[in-house]
Ligand binder design. Structure first.
Ligand SMILES: Cc1cc2nc3c(=O)[nH]c(=O)nc-3n(C[C@H](O)[C@H](O)[C@H](O)COP(=O)(O)O)c2cc1C
Length: 168
């Protein structure tokens, strides 16, 4: 398992911090991080395994830089690649739009012919609605640094261990 690109959009640094944690757990030799504010379709295409991470702003809006990056995802050839998602949000203040941004990325991957890995259980979260929930599961790793930061480390560790099994 090598050749992992981690692409994050972050407004106040939280998603960036988590992206670096994920990179460290995967091994810095295996994974490279990119701020999507500066990344292009060609950067995505270099990798066999891809992680997209975003926060959610407004009421259920994708983080600003990631919103622009959707065009790059749309232009990228993702055929046969493995893709995992993570999203940051606040499940109590934004209980009807918890990590919706991650759901937006999921929808943008429709018809991209890539394989989604790293879905997670909704157990342990208390939101009312999320665009990132499909068929009773979360489409990726959801993190809530405002309310459940004491669980971040364990959630990231467990998720990365799963990715190590799934990634090529
Ligand atoms: C004005 C504002 C709007 C937000 N809207 C949402 C939201 O709709 N859903 C959600 O889950 N989190 C929401 N959040 C929480 C952020 O996603 C969370 O603070 C996140 O950790 C920010 O990460 P970043 O610094 O990487 O951008 C909002 C936060 C603020 C301050």
């Amino acid at each position: 398992m090598q050749n992992i690109g981690i692409f994050y959009g972050s407004s106040t640094g939280n998603t960036e911090t988590v992206a670096k944690q994920i990179q460290a757990k995967l091994g810095a030799d295996n994974a490279t991080t990119f701020d999507v504010a500066d990344a292009k379709a060609g950067d995505i295409e270099k990798f066999t395994n891809i992680i997209f991470g975003t926060s959610t702003w407004g009421i259920g809006d994708l983080q600003d830089d990631f919103e622009g990056f959707l065009t790059e995802i749309s232009n990228a050839n993702l055929n046969g690649k493995k893709v995992a998602l993570f999203g940051l949000g606040d499940q109590y203040s934004y209980s009807d739009s918890f990590v919706d941004g991650m759901g937006e990325i999921y929808e943008a991957l429709d018809n991209k012919n890539c394989e989604l890995v790293g879905e997670t259980s909704t157990d342990g979260y208390e939101y009312d609605a999320s665009k990132a929930e499909k068929d009773g599961k979360l489409v990726g790793l959801a993190l809530d640094l405002e309310n459940q930061d004491d669980q971040t480390e364990a959630r990231v560790s467990e998720w990365v261990a799963e990715l190590k099994n799934q990634f090529n």
